[in-house]
Design a protein around this ligand. Structure first.
Ligand code: DGI
Ligand code: FE
Ligand code: FE
Length: 189
């Protein structure tokens, strides 16, 4: 599937604003893939489809989580987390993408996971720093992403966890596992 075909498909699923975000994530993911030696086409497709399920009704997402063998604990956490695993499922069943690396990058783009692949990290960080994003701390993560992808990821996770703490929101275990794995890994270097 080429970029044009992929964008045509995803455009129908998104608002104008979210489509522009998607273009930003795509361009940023391609840049990061080039810098860190990942397959640029995989980064491009994973980025294009990362928010595919963002606007599905909550009830539909809930049904899919219950029926498709996804972690049920997701349902106890913020519904913002659901579009990532549900997106991976729908991108496979509705769009026909079978590449597990791409599907995993979509599946873990919101929470991360303990053992993130290079592609997972690229999509996570690109989603955080794409040019349309404006929030405190984003420029620092943009800077870090030029030099050290793991450091960028650690800072993005720290910001996200802090943000959730301030809002009295629960933190999904995978988010904590991601953070811990990166920190422990850095210490071992
Ligand atoms: O879909 P996007 O807006 O582009 O970005 P995203 O998929 O990274 O989603 C960000 C949202 O997800 C943001 O509102 C914070 C929320 N989130 C991320 N990690 C966690 C989380 N919410 C909870 N409750 N727990 C988490 O660990
Ligand atoms: Fe998302
Ligand atoms: Fe996104």
């Amino acid at each position: 599937m080429n970029r044009h075909e992929a964008l045509e498909i995803v455009k129908k699923q998104l608002t104008e604003h979210r489509y522009e975000h998607t273009i930003g994530v795509m361009e940023t993911a391609i840049e990061l893939a080039r810098r860190y030696g990942e397959d640029e086409k995989k980064a491009e497709l994973a980025a294009i489809f990362h928010d595919y399920a963002k606007f599905r009704p909550k009830e539909e997402m809930k049904q899919i989580i219950l029926e498709q063998n996804m972690p049920k604990d997701l349902l106890s956490y913020h519904s913002e987390l659901w579009h990532a695993p549900v997106g991976a499922y729908l991108v496979r069943t509705e769009v026909g993408i079978e590449d597990e690396e791409i599907l995993n990058a979509i599946r873990y783009h919101t929470s991360g996971r303990a053992e993130m692949t290079l592609l997972d990290k690229i999509v996570y960080v690109a989603d955080y720093i794409e040019p349309g994003r404006i929030f405190p701390g984003v420029d620092e993560v943009r800077e870090l992403a030029r030099k050290d992808l793991d450091q960028a990821l650690i800072r993005a996770l720290q910001n996200t966890i802090q943000f959730l703490l301030k809002k009295n929101q629960p933190i999904y275990p995978d988010t904590i596992y991601t953070y811990n794995a990166l920190i422990i890994n850095k210490k071992g270097e």
